[in-house]
Every structure is written in C-alpha cells, then in structure tokens.
Design a protein around this ligand. Structure first.
Ligand code: GLN
Length: 225
C-alpha cells in the first residue's frame, strides 16, 4: 500500500544542495555528482523516477518534515542531532572535517591552532557545529562553500573547516590552497527519510545493499573520488 501520493505516482522527490562537489554540484545547469548517480541507481532498483530538488542545505530537513520531498541525499552526516528529526539509511560514505588553508599559512596545523582565528564554516553543516563547540574560535558562516573559499583566498578569513572529500576537491581545483594534516572524527553520510515512512527506509537499505554487491557502488567511487 502506497504511503504517499508521490510514492503512488512512482516518483521519488529527492532534496539535495548542489554545492558539495563531488557529491552534488551543478554542471551546465544540471545537478550531477556521486550522490545523484547513487540515488538514480536506487530509483532504478525501486522502479521509481527520481526528481531532484535543489535547495539550501539548512532547508532540507524542514522540507522532508513537511513532505515537500521524500528523501534527502546531500553528503548529509547522520548526526545524533538530526536523528531526532529524521531516519537515516545505512551509511554509504565515511568522511571527516578538515582544515583548508592558504599555502603560505604555517601556523595552523591542528584544530587547536584555530584558537584566536577567524574560521569560515557553512551554515548548518557539521563543520559549523564542530567549530561552534570549540573555545576561543570565531566563525564566519556562509551559505555556499565556494564563497568561503574565495574569502580565504582573499585573506578575509584564516581557514575553512569543511568535509574532507569536498575540501580536497577545492584544493585540487584552486591554486594556493592546502589542507592541514590533521582531520576530525569520522562522520557517516546517509540518506535521510521521514520518520513516517519506514517502508521506504527498508526499501532504500535493500537497494543500497544490492548496489554494493553488484559493483555499482564501487564504480561510482572510482568515477567521482
Ligand atoms: N556532511 C556535512 C553535513 O552533513 C556537509 C553536507 C553538505 O554540505 N552537503 O553537515
């Protein structure tokens, strides 16, 4: 028995925030990336058409809670705080927070060295939470990671704390940036689903398992990482 109208139509509305390469980003106006390919493969397994809705990261969970979307795939960390609001699938990727610096910065090596510095974070990201919990560190919050990277390059901020894979992507594609050698605690990315929709949660977990077994998941890692 179909639990929602969208489900009944065979469409799965998927919320994401296309500012998080290589997981989701815009290419010629189209939302692409690891997460997008993964969710399309899940859609195929479920026999459902995937409809991508690109929105602000901090609007994703509210959109899920108000049934504007069915699931979220956005490199979203399955944090304990978020688990109070939504269900998460089994994890599909492990990352951690890292520090992005200008090449010529030699005084920041660890998270402790951020004390007294101005650190760029993305609003509502786990990096924002991590930095907010640190004593004597000032943060500047951004809506888009490329904006924080630009301000770092212009020396308006001392560092940016961001998820490892996305940070690496920025360092590779921009001159004059590097990563500090330390990294934070592991975080697991998972698909968020409304607590009201446990049937869909089970289906997504089954599809994820199948994609891991049949090699699709490995192929996507090779394509994007
Ligand atoms: N993993 C981080 C979080 O969940 C960042 C996710 C993202 O920017 N899409 O907050």
């Amino acid at each position: 028995i179909m639990s929602t109208l969208t489900f009944a139509k065979g469409k799965l509305y998927v919320g994401t925030n296309a500012e998080f390469p290589p997981f989701e980003y815009l290419d010629k106006g189209e939302v692409v990336g690891f997460d997008i390919d993964l969710v399309k493969a899940i859609g195929e397994k479920l026999g459902m058409e995937i409809v991508i809705k690109d929105m602000a990261f901090d609007g994703l969970i509210p959109a899920l809670e108000t049934n504007k979307i069915d699931i979220v795939i956005a490199g979203m960390t399955a944090s304990d705080e978020r688990k109070m609001a939504v269900n998460f699938s089994n994890p599909y990727y492990t990352a951690n927070q890292v520090i992005i610096l200008n090449d010529n910065n030699s005084d920041i090596k660890t998270f402790d060295d951020l004390k007294g510095k101005l650190v760029g974070v993305m609003l509502g990201f786990t990096g924002d939470v991590v930095v907010s919990e640190m004593k004597d560190v000032k943060s500047k919050k951004y809506n888009a990671s490329y904006a924080a990277i630009m301000e770092l390059q212009n020396n308006k901020i001392d560092a940016v704390v961001l998820d490892s894979e996305t940070a690496l992507n920025y360092v590779k594609n921009n001159k004059g940036l590097k990563l500090a050698e330390t990294s934070g605690e592991p975080e697991e990315y998972a698909i968020a689903i409304s607590k009201k929709n446990s049937e869909l949660l089970n289906k997504i977990n089954t599809a994820l398992d199948e994609l891991k077994k049949d090699g699709t998941y490995e192929a996507l890692l090779k394509k994007y990482m």
